[in-house]
Design a protein around this ligand. Structure first.
Ligand SMILES: [Zn+2]
Length: 235
């Protein structure tokens, strides 16, 4: 999250101080004071700083730097500033800003809740798809032989009793950089091996992993289900 803010200036008043002599050109009667105040703007004004004055001489066309101010200038400035109250609107942002923050947090929470909800729905659907495998369903699988893992797919061919038969895919991804490509689930027959692997449905239900009858044991962990053109992810 980043904050965008501006520094703005509030102008109170500009007044001629006729009895003061300009310290630069030594002419009297041409000096003006402008009383100002800086404040921050973040969705509204906040954090007004101290008031200050800019002195300008219309005779020599100069701004008088603060170090050149004479004592009479100091006292006139104090007199002009007296009774000037920082307007309440310069603090209005203090009200607007928290409201905006609350709104942003609220929207984020709704979004997170929705995503969580969707993941819960997907998990339930995948659980169901593992319990009752449907020919044509494709699972996104991470396959591991205990040392190397790769990202691939299993396509359900048929079931018989507690056995489910799948065609493993000939597409394998090994780099986390390929995760986007992994999500582009292939449906064409050429993307799958003709051989059929058999797994126990009840064992797969327990772990969400297709366990090979090999030694050492290999696994295919289920990540998502691709059904009728839609990818349902668990995470
Ligand atoms: Zn002057």
């Amino acid at each position: 999250m980043f904050f965008y803010y501006q520094l703005r200036t509030h102008h109170y008043k500009t007044e001629l101080v006729p009895h003061i002599t300009c310290p630069l050109c030594h002419t009297a009667g041409q000096l003006h004071f402008s009383i100002m105040q800086k404040y921050m703007w973040v969705l509204g004004p906040i954090a007004p700083s101290r008031k200050y004055a800019v002195a300008f001489c219309e005779h020599c066309n100069n701004y008088i730097p603060k170090v050149k101010w004479t004592d009479p200038m100091d006292s006139s400035y104090r007199a002009l500033k007296q009774g000037l109250k920082t307007p309440g609107r310069l603090y209005r942002g203090l009200l607007v800003f928290p409201l905006a923050v609350v709104a942003v947090i609220g929207i984020t929470l709704i979004f997170v809740k929705r995503t969580e909800h969707k993941q819960q729905d997907n998990k339930a659907l995948i659980k169901e798809a593992i319990a009752h495998p449907k020919p044509g369903d494709i699972f996104q699988i991470t396959h591991t032989d205990g040392t190397i893992a790769d990202y691939t797919y299993f396509k359900i061919v048929r079931t018989q009793g507690d056995s489910v038969y799948v065609n493993p895919s000939n597409k394998h991804f090994t780099s986390p950089k390929d995760m986007k490509k992994w999500d582009e689930v292939p449906t064409e027959a050429a993307a799958f091996e003709p051989q059929q692997l058999a797994f126990s449905i009840s064992a797969t239900q327990k772990t969400d992993m297709f366990t090979y009858a090999t030694q050492p044991v290999e696994y295919g962990m289920v990540w998502s289900l691709y059904r009728d053109g839609t990818l349902y992810k668990k995470y």
